[in-house]
Write a protein that binds this ligand. Structure first.
Ligand code: CP
Length: 308
């Protein structure tokens, strides 16, 4: 059921996603009083060519919790800086005994040609604007942990859809669990061609909010704007940021997700965030997403490297 590599959720069956959820639940339920050994004797290389806090650290923790050893390759300190090719970097990982390479890259497809020819599992921690499969899986796990029934739920996703690898993975994950997806963004972030079949799209957050069961805030990716697509971040915040007026349009039990890192003042106002944290902390799942990322990544590693 599980392939050698994880680049995308496009060919991930619903059954496979369900198995990730079950395995993540297994690890979470036993984490306090059990040690796991499924990666004992296995080395896993982690190499991020783009900045990351949550994904890199939670993958490293996941490897350690499964009894494996992390080979921490830091590209900015590596021999690529002396001209070594990416192919030779991969060969070096293999020679060091790596069973997998967990990577983040700004260039989608960096490993697609190499992957079929080497005995190394390539596991994406986010590729440019392509996909971020484990983020979508951990979001689903977080919602399931909260007892949310995704079948029939309306997820409103607002933000920089154009550059979002998280959104592109959710185009597969959320419908697989029966959720309907409503995309909201300024027109420049929401070209027609990007809207997947079955999803709705609109430019007004005010219109979308009252029907949202789950509001998924996406980061405005300042580093990928290239030319200035937005007049300013303030202009974005005034039309699409979650402020207290817009918060009042949501159902009283609507849940909020954000993959992080968050630009407070852009995707959500400081006042709205503080209001939620003080009055409705149970609706804000941001930190639960981070914590559940460890168990979801343990599940992915276990299924790809030990259970395949
Ligand atoms: N959600 C996410 O990918 O966060 P990091 O960039 O901190 O890994």
């Amino acid at each position: 059921m599980f392939l050698k590599d994880l680049f995308s959720l496009a060919h991930f069956s619903v059954a496979a996603m369900q198995e990730v959820m079950e395995r993540a639940r297994y690890f979470k339920d036993r984490d306090r009083n059990q040690t796991f050994k499924s990666l004992q004797g296995k080395n896993v290389a982690i190499s991020f060519w783009e900045p990351s806090t949550r994904t890199r650290l939670s993958f490293a923790l996941a490897v350690q919790k499964l009894g494996g050893t992390v080979i921490d390759y830091q590209p900015e300190m590596g021999s690529e800086k002396k001209g070594e090719s990416i192919e030779d970097t991969v060969k070096t990982m293999l020679s060091l005994g790596a069973a997998a390479l967990i990577f983040r890259s700004s260039i989608p497809g960096l490993f697609y040609e190499i992957a079929p020819h080497v005995e190394l599992s390539f596991i994406s921690g986010g590729e440019g604007c392509y996909q971020h499969p484990t983020q979508a899986l951990l979001d689903i796990f977080t919602l399931q942990q909260r007892g949310v029934t995704l079948q029939g739920a309306n997820v409103v996703m607002v933000g920089d859809i154009l550059h979002s690898r998280v959104a592109r993975s959710h185009f597969y994950a959320l419908p697989a669990f029966g959720a309907s997806l409503t995309l909201v963004a300024p027109p420049v972030f929401l070209p027609d061609a990007l809207v997947p079949p079955g999803a709705s799209a609109g430019f007004s957050l005010e219109e979308a909010l009252p029907a949202a069961d789950i509001l998924y805030l996406l980061r405005v990716q300042k580093e990928r704007q290239g030319v200035n697509l937005l007049p300013s971040l303030n202009a974005y915040a005034s039309l699409y940021g979650l402020d207290q007026k817009r918060l009042a349009l949501l159902k009283k039990d609507a849940l909020l997700l954000h993959p992080g890192p968050m630009n407070v003042g852009t995707e959500i106002s400081y006042e709205a965030l503080k209001y939620l944290e003080r009055h409705n902390p149970e609706r804000v799942l941001f930190q639960e997403q981070v914590a559940n990322g460890v168990y979801t990544r343990m599940a992915v590693l276990d299924l790809l490297l030990a259970g395949r």
